[in-house]
Design a protein. Structure first.
Length: 263
């Protein structure tokens, strides 16, 4: 009787969704996504608190324990996100370079490619505007070195983003009609080799003397911004808007971009 009943009753198939597995379809993926979002949000909060500490105490005063305390975390939990102060500092440096690079890359977005003068002025203005809006991040990447900290290779690519925008301008100058100022100058052998390395990195084909002139202008740009941020123009050219515009025009003349407005 039992044997006949067993033979005539279909064998049960594999359990369907929700049978033998209490999780609904996609629950594992949703759980992972929620964890990823929570981790990303806490990482953002850690970096924001670290930036507040840098603003208050300088980069040399950054402390993982202090960050954890302000966020209500035990320090051992924070170490799962950033194993050391230097790793947190590195991420802040990369973020700052990337933010500056994005500002540089979007500068002059509405200008024609042939308007190299306008692109240069837009680039200078965008870098200055970012620095004035983010003085502590600017100081982190262009201020005094942090004692005991060695920036790793991971910072190199973000650090060159703004310079690559300059490189596109230099390449367009070199490809234009006429010889830009400095073209044909003879550089000392070591400087010529250094200029060649820079050209290969950001402006292939640009002559060495043009690269050197651009480097002079580039360092002057950041020197002016540092002077302004650190109060060195107070009592002379503060506010520095007109001085900055005029200097950017003169630097363009020096590099070899067509003449501008500043007499």
């Amino acid at each position: 009787m039992n044997a006949a009943r067993d033979a005539s009753t279909p064998s049960p198939g594999p359990p369907g969704p929700g049978i033998g597995d209490a999780r609904p379809p996609g629950a594992g993926s949703a759980s992972r996504n929620a964890r990823d979002r929570a981790r990303a949000e806490l990482t953002r909060e850690i970096k924001e608190e670290a930036r507040r500490q840098i603003a208050a105490h300088g980069a040399q005063g950054l402390s993982l324990r202090a960050v954890a305390r302000e966020l209500g975390m035990v320090s051992s939990a924070l170490y799962r996100y950033f194993p050391s102060r230097d790793e947190l500092l590195t991420q802040l440096i990369i973020d700052a370079y990337d933010a500056l690079g994005q500002a540089a890359e979007t500068a002059g977005a509405g200008l024609a490619a042939a308007d190299v003068r306008g692109r240069w002025l837009a680039l200078c203005t965008a870098i200055r505007a970012w620095a004035l809006a983010h003085p502590h991040e600017y100081a982190l990447i262009y201020g005094s070195p942090v004692p005991g900290y060695q920036a790793p290779q991971a910072t190199v690519a973000p650090a060159t983003r703004a310079a690559r925008v300059l490189g596109h301008i230099l390449a367009d100058i070199s490809a234009g009609s006429g010889a830009p100022p400095g073209d044909g100058e003879t550089l000392p052998p070591l400087l010529a080799a250094q200029a060649a390395v820079i050209a290969d990195a950001i402006a292939p084909g640009a002559p060495g003397p043009v690269i050197v002139r651009a480097l002079v202008a580039w360092t002057q740009l950041f020197g002016m911004i540092s002077f302004e941020l650190f109060g060195q123009f107070v009592g002379s050219t503060d506010p520095a808007d007109e001085f900055f515009r005029c200097a950017a025009e003169r630097m363009a003349d020096f590099v070899g971009i067509p003449a501008g407005r500043c007499a």
